[in-house]
Design a protein around this ligand. Sequence first.
Ligand code: IDC
Length: 480
Amino acid sequence: MKLPARPSRRTLLMAGAVGALTVAASAAVPPADAQAATGCAVTYTTSSWTGGFTANITIKNLGDAVDGWTLGFAFPDAGQRVGQGWSATWSQAGAAVTARSVSWNGALATGASTSIGFNGTWSAANPAPTAFTLNGTACTGATTPTTPPPPTTPPPTTPPPTTPPPGGQTPVAINGQLRVCGVNLCNQYGRPIQLRGMSTHGIQWFARCYNDASLDALADDWRADLLRIAMYVQEDGYETDPAGFTNRVNALVDEAEQRGMYALIDFHTLTPGDPTYNLDRAKTFFAAVSARNAAKKNVIYEIANEPNGVSWATIKSYAEQVIPVIRANDPDAVVVVGTRGWSSLGVSDGSNANEVIDNPVNAANVMYTFHFYAASHRDNYRAEVERAAARLPLFVTEFGTVDYTGDGGVDVASSNAWIDLLDRLKISYANWTYSDKAEGSAALRPGTCAGSTYTGPGVLTESGALIRDRIRTPDNFPTA
Ligand code: IDC
C-alpha cells in the first residue's frame, strides 16, 4: 500500500505550534489550587532502591511569567546526594540543592509547568524535601511529597513531558509504540515493520552535523524513519562528562520526536570490548535516559554497540543487569543487545548465532544486534543472518557500504545485496554515518556541516547517494 507523502517541515512546525497554543490557552484558566499559592507548586516523586533513587520533579509557575528560573530545596538527610540530572543544571552544596533552567525550558508562563529530574544516592534514609523555592520565592502551592517506596518495589515515576506528536503520516505517528513480536519489530497494530535510517557519527566529534537543517533533511528529504544516536563511552565520550552527554542524547531524542522519527540510543562501547568494563556507567546512563524518556513512543535502547574479545555468556550477563534498570522506568521499550565478535552474531569469532538461539537473554521485548561492512562481510555473513532471522529478532543498528575500517571505496554490489536481504526479511537498519567526516562511510561530503544546506545531490558522497536512494523509497507501514 502506498502511503500519503510525508508532510513538509512547515506542516510539522504548525502542528507543534497548535499544540503549544492549546497548552497556553488551558493554562490561562486559573488552576484549582491557585488561590492557596503565592508563587509555585512542586511535586517531588521518587523511585528508590538500596542506596540509590530517581527523583522526578514537576514545577508549576503560579506567579508572573519568568524567563529563566532556579529551583532550590534542601535534602533532609545528610547522606542524600544529587548524581546525574536532566532538563536542568544541577548543583549541590551541603544539603542545599539548586537546579537552573536550561535554554529550552527557561520560559515558564503563569500556570505553566515543566518537569526535571535526577538520579541520586542516599545512605541512612531517603526522605523527600519539604520546602522548595523558585527564583527565591517559597513554593507554598507545593503538594505533599510522596513517601519513598520499599527498596525492591519502586512505583511508576512521574511521566516526563512529551512533545505533542506531529500530525500527519510520520513514522512515529503511524507506528506508535513498538514492540517485539516473534522475530519481528512490530508497530502499534501488532504488524511487522522495518525502520530505515541513519546513525550519527560520534556525537563527541560531530555535534555540528546535528542541527535543525540537517535533521529536517533527514526526515523530509531522506524520509528516514530512524536516527541512531551514537554516544561513544570512551574516546572522549560519555566517561568524560556523563551529565553533559546524557543531556545531548536527550536533546537529540527530542529532535527526532519533533520530526516523527524513532531514536535509537546507542551506548557506543567499542574499546574495551568487554561491556562489563562499562557496567556501572551503563546503569547510570540508562537509568537517567529511561526515566526521562519513558513516556515517549519513539525511543529504542541499544545497550552495547559492539562487544568484542568477550563471550556471549558475559554479554548476556551484562544485558540481564542493564535491562532491569531500563524496565524499572520504561517497561514497554524495545531493547537491542549487542552480540559477540563486534555484533557479528559470533561469526567474526568463528562462532555462529546458535550461541544466542540456544541461550537467549532472559527478558522480553529484546532484539539482537547484527553489524556488517559491505566490502568486508559478504555471502557467509548474509547466509548466517538469513538463517538466524528465522529464530531471532535482529536489528542492524549499524552497517557501512565500505570496509570495516569505515573508510575505502563503496562496494555497491555487496551493499545492495545486503539491503535487498534486509528489506526482504523486514530487518530494520541504520547506516554509518550521517556525517561529513572525510572517510568512505560518511554520507555527507567534507565541509557540509560547516554550511547550512543538507539537501540535494551536491552534499552527498557516493555512499550517501546510494543509501539515500534506498531509504527514501515509500515506507510500507501497515495501519490496521
Ligand atoms: C569508526 C569511525 C572512525 C573513527 C573510529 C573511532 O568510522 O571515523 O575514527 O570509529 O573508533 C565499527 C564501530 C564504529 C567505527 C566503524 C568503522 O561501531 O565506531 O567507526 N565500525 O570502523 N564497527 C565496525 C566498523
